[in-house]
Design a protein around this ligand. Structure first.
Ligand code: ATP
Length: 513
């Protein structure tokens, strides 16, 4: 991370704590690594993101329904899904710095550097030549061709080592590429070891292996094991989807990037069941739908890009990420995976129960194929928070920190502020608040000068402030101040409800998709 980005990230993290968005878990005991709590404003923002996702999935699509499955599942679930045997990350330690890394990420970092070099060459050439043809350039420029050859070679070796679980080959690759510890610069590495990411515990009073169960590492399996329950009771016809929001747990090896990579986090997943052979059509369909959902929020179209997976997971026949430009650069925000019939087929095998769909159109039974969209709620939270965070210099020379959170996602929609604490203004302000609080989330405050109160609302992202002054008592009008433009206008109290509910409803954004 460049210095400027590192500082920005630090400021966002400090701001999140100072204004009640995110706290380190168990902070009074010095915290628990990679576990976080959401504060009073964070919980609201998180709920609003959930609402935006849940409504999009289950209200805008008549063939998608939502469920809420338990975190604990029968342990065979995780045998069938492949998690017991294959949900491993390769881990490596540096003997000098004592830092631990994911071996595959060290190698991917090497590839990323080569990709950056290619981009630099392309940028330089694009400035030099008129009618610049990118594909022509990258296929003919000797240096770029060399970089690309190296990338392909390393990718192939990484894929081979990951696929076969060959940890010695992985270590050899790190040595051959002369990859150094980013912290100490040392190349003194331990062997690479496989590390299973699932947390386990025992169910019941007897602690032995037979009672071992897992905290789910993804919400998807709760959907798969309920596939027939939902299909039958909901009389669902293929294609149809099942959506779910819930906690997931992974004992991540490296968890250093605030809420980007946590050990306890929340996922919003949707499994879409389709006719075998039609999965690629639906994969493309969901790629397009999901990117539209993101872009409709207005966080900046340039902040998103697709990234195709080269190393496909054991269950997938196509997969990509939607990446977001976080303060530490473009990283995965959401995964879109064509999971074939792997999960349902495997659950059929392990449970001995048929998990098939009877297609009334063709009079055939089949195991559906699945296209999954899976987004981390906490990463979405970080995307909203980090892209909304602005340090601004104002025309009068002063500065402010403002969270330009899209109004429907903001923790509070309106702050009701009596200009002074006397002359009946607080009573009038309370009366206005009482008329609005059923419709939009309000915040009331009467302490400090009005300018100071505006700044505090800017810092938590409240899109509107309503100021009640002496004129209000005479003509029932108030000043409404807009967070982003800082403009103020005089409006009748009676117009507030309609204006605010319209501007702050999630439906507003959903209509744009
Ligand atoms: P990564 O490569 O970053 O580890 P992944 O490919 O393992 O992620 P998936 O298994 O596809 O992730 O999970 C779907 C989504 O869940 C991810 O796109 C991400 O938003 C979220 N997610 C996964 N792991 C974590 C985590 N440890 N903390 C927060 N969110 C996570």
């Amino acid at each position: 991370m460049a210095n400027q980005e590192e500082n920005l990230f630090k400021n966002v993290i400090a701001h999140a704590k100072e204004y009640g968005f995110v706290f380190q878990s168990s902070e009074i005991y010095d915290g628990l690594s990679a576990v976080y709590d959401y504060g009073q404003n964070g919980a609201e923002l998180k709920n609003n993101i959930k609402e935006y996702w849940w409504k999009f999935m289950t209200m805008l699509h008549e063939n998608i329904v939502g469920i809420d499955a338990a975190i604990f599942m029968h342990p065979t679930t995780w045998k069938a899904s492949g998690h017991v045997d294959a949900f491993n990350d390769p881990m490596i330690d540096n003997k000098d710095s004592k830092k631990r890394y994911r071996a595959d990420q060290l190698i991917e970092g090497y590839i990323e550097k080569l990709e950056e070099k290619i981009e630099k060459e392309v940028e330089k050439a694009a400035k030099r030549f008129e009618n610049f043809d990118r594909s022509m350039f990258v296929s003919t420029n000797a240096r770029v061709v060399e970089y690309q050859k190296k990338i392909d070679e390393v990718n192939d070796k990484l894929k081979e080592a990951m696929g076969s679980g060959n940890m010695e080959a992985m270590k050899q690759l790190i040595i051959d590429l002369e990859i150094a510890d980013p912290v100490s610069g040392s190349r003194n590495w331990t062997d690479v070891r496989q590390f299973n990411l699932m947390f386990s515990t025992e169910m019941g009073s007897v602690a032995d292996d037979a009672n071992k169960i897992y905290l789910r590492p993804e919400t998807a399996q709760g959907i798969f094991v309920n596939f027939l329950n939902v299909q039958k009771t909901g009389r669902m016809k293929i294609p149809f989807g099942i959506a779910q929001i819930g906690k997931a747990f992974r004992n991540e090896i490296v968890a250093r990037q605030f809420i980007f990579r946590m050990r306890e986090f929340e996922q919003m997943e949707m499994q879409f069941f389709v006719k075998p052979g039609e999965e690629m059509k639906w994969y493309e369909h969901w790629k397009e739908k999901r990117i539209k959902w993101h872009k409709a929020l207005g966080l900046g179209e340039e902040n998103y890009r697709f990234h195709d997976h080269l190393n496909l997971a054991h269950y997938a026949n196509a997969a990509c990420d939607i990446q977001f430009d976080f303060p530490m650069g473009f990283r995965e925000l959401e995964g879109i995976h064509s999971r074939t019939d792997f999960d349902l087929k495997s659950h059929e095998k392990y449970s001995g129960k048929k998990l098939q769909y009877f297609d009334p159109e063709t009079n055939q039974n089949y195991i559906p194929y699945v296209v999954e969209t899976s987004i981390g709620l906490d990463r979405m939270f970080l995307a909203v928070l980090s892209s909304s965070y602005k340090e601004e210099k104002l025309a009068d020379g002063s500065e402010r920190v403002v969270l330009r959170i899209p109004a429907p996602l903001a923790p509070n929609k309106v702050a009701i502020l009596p200009l002074t604490k006397k002359d009946g203004l607080p009573e009038k302000a309370q009366e206005i608040m009482n008329s609005l609080k059923f419709h939009v989330r309000c915040f009331y405050e009467e302490k400090d000068a009005i300018g100071k109160r505006y700044r505090r609302q800017d810092a938590v992202g409240t899109p509107y402030c309503v100021t009640v002054d002496h004129q209000t008592l005479q003509d029932n009008t108030v000043t409404i101040r807009h967070r982003d433009s800082m403009e103020q206008e005089r409006v009748p109290v009676d117009s507030l409800k309609a204006t605010l509910t319209a501007a702050c409803s999630v439906n507003n954004i959903l209509e744009r998709i």
